[in-house]
Design a binder for this molecule. Structure first.
Ligand code: ARG
Length: 465
């Protein structure tokens, strides 16, 4: 590709070591699409005749055919990268005409374009898969009906919430993950072709036409930036990373809640494994791997930032290092998502046990203090008085509802009979009656709204597909 200037051969081990073909070969379909678009632009600019264009397009198709027919075809010990591979194969198929394709273009714009096409496809794939998981969470939320569970802060029982409310929290996280990807896609979806090596191509190519042909919203605005930045790779990877962090929290909760200690749910055997030593065990391996792989995705995003930091403009070979973390993040996430969805679909909650956990443990204490606030007691005083009542109950191993009015009046004289109805689970849930709160009516509204948003997200995914 560039031997003219050189008088000495490369050290063979260096030559092998710097190649990216072993991993960038997966970009071949994008490289071929981009090459077709460039070839057409060359023909429109008069650099290729109509006949030459025809042979070139046939040869590019043939390369694609051979690659899908046999993985062996890509076992090329000489290609430096996917761009070099296509050029070599073109020359093998159509002789010197093959070398004309590189007129007016640089590998710097090619790799930037291939990566944008790759990231765009990866986003579209996740946008298809994520709504399936949201749908399963919504179905589980609906199935849970009015059943409640403890909500935790500091991993201590805090207040009761509907199980549906807890599940909808994950739906919100995933909805933001989808939005982040949608937003990232807008910045990805611009076409670097025509940027040349750094200063713009040397042939008057119709960049808008090239962009249109590849389904981009338009050409990138600056050739130095377009060839020299990979922020879109980083943006995609950090969006994927946040998704992985959300899934790791889900996995952690499912692991905890399925322990004998919690007993809130049964994990499906199809997604668990046994112990080779202890016959009684089922281990939550799927969940543990989801939690563990989040660490690797964080590592990939960190590696990308490290490679980008302080790079002078524009293209530097360091940028080749952005490919493997990107590919690994994409592979990891796309393998993991359908498994998470299938596992969540098969989970069975023990509503009875969750509900009884929700009804004990003084989780009505804030509601009890609110009763006093309604009688005009300043909240800080009410907090202290109910705190004293809880301590009193703990000594007697009873609940607030077990105290007589006389006992309660040691803490505040304004307790009346209606206090007891404030302590029931139903009432405690019911007073959180604000949008976004856990009162059953509010959760119903939230569920309906989440379903509508899911439908529009599916519509968006289809529009891109
Ligand atoms: N394989 C290279 C990469 O991934 C392609 C661009 C090479 N450009 C260059 N000037 N050496 O970054």
């Amino acid at each position: 590709m560039w031997s003219g200037r050189f008088r000495q051969p490369l050290d063979p081990s260096f030559e092998r070591w710097q190649r990216s073909f072993p991993f960038d070969r997966r970009l071949l379909p994008h490289e071929l699409d981009a090459s077709r678009a460039h070839a057409r632009a060359l023909a429109n600019a008069g650099t290729l005749s109509g006949e030459e264009l025809g042979s070139m397009l046939l040869a590019l198709d043939e390369i694609g055919r051979r690659a899908s027919a046999s993985p062996q075809y890509l076992e090329d010990g000489e290609a430096e990268d996917v761009h070099h591979f296509v050029e070599k194969e073109l020359a093998a198929l159509i002789g010197d005409l093959g070398y004309k394709l590189h007129s007016g273009r640089s590998r710097n714009e090619q790799i930037a374009t291939d990566l944008r096409l790759y990231v765009r496809a990866a986003i579209d794939h996740l946008q298809e898969a994520l709504p399936d998981l949201m749908e399963v969470l919504l179905a589980q939320a609906e199935a849970a009906g009015q059943a409640a569970m403890p909500a935790y802060t500091h991993l201590r029982r805090a207040e009761p919430v509907l199980i549906a409310h807890w599940l909808l929290a994950y739906v919100e996280m995933l909805a933001r993950d989808i939005e982040r990807l949608t937003d990232c896609r807008k910045r990805v979806n611009l076409c670097p072709l025509g940027s040349g090596a750094v200063a713009g191509t040397t042939i008057a190519l119709d960049r808008a036409a090239i962009a249109r042909e590849l389904g981009f919203a338009g050409p990138t605005a600056n050739s130095v930036d377009a060839t020299g930045d990979r922020d879109f790779v980083l943006e995609f990877s950090t969006a994927t990373c946040l998704l992985a962090l959300h899934l790791s929290r889900w996995a952690e909760e499912m692991i905890l809640f399925s322990t004998q200690e919690f007993g809130f749910l049964d994990l499906p055997e199809a997604y668990s494994t046994g112990s080779s030593a202890m016959p009684q065990k089922t281990n939550p391996d799927l969940l543990e791997l989801v939690r563990g792989k989040a660490g690797r995705l964080v590592g990939n995003a960190t590696a990308l930032m490290g490679s980008m930091k302080a790079l002078p403009l524009a293209y530097n070979k360091d940028l080749q290092e952005t490919q493997q973390p990107l590919f690994e993040a994409t592979d990891t996430m796309s393998a993991l998502l359908p498994l998470v969805t299938a596992c969540m679909r098969a989970v069975r909650f023990d509503y009875g046990r969750m509900q009884s956990a929700a009804a004990s443990g003084f989780m009505n204490a804030w509601a009890a203090a609110t009763y006093l606030v309604r009688q005009g007691v300043p909240f800080r005083r009410a907090h202290e008085q109910i705190g004293n009542a809880v301590a009193y109950c703990l000594q007697r191993d009873c609940q607030l509802a077990d105290l007589s009015l006389d006992q309660l009046r040691q803490f505040n004289s304004c307790f009346e009979q209606d206090f007891y109805s404030c302590l029931t689970l139903e009432s405690v849930l019911g007073i959180h009656d604000v949008p976004g709160g856990t009162a059953p009516g509010q959760v119903q509204v939230a569920l309906a709204s989440a379903k509508r948003r899911l439908a529009s997200m599916r519509g968006l995914a289809h529009a891109h597909a």
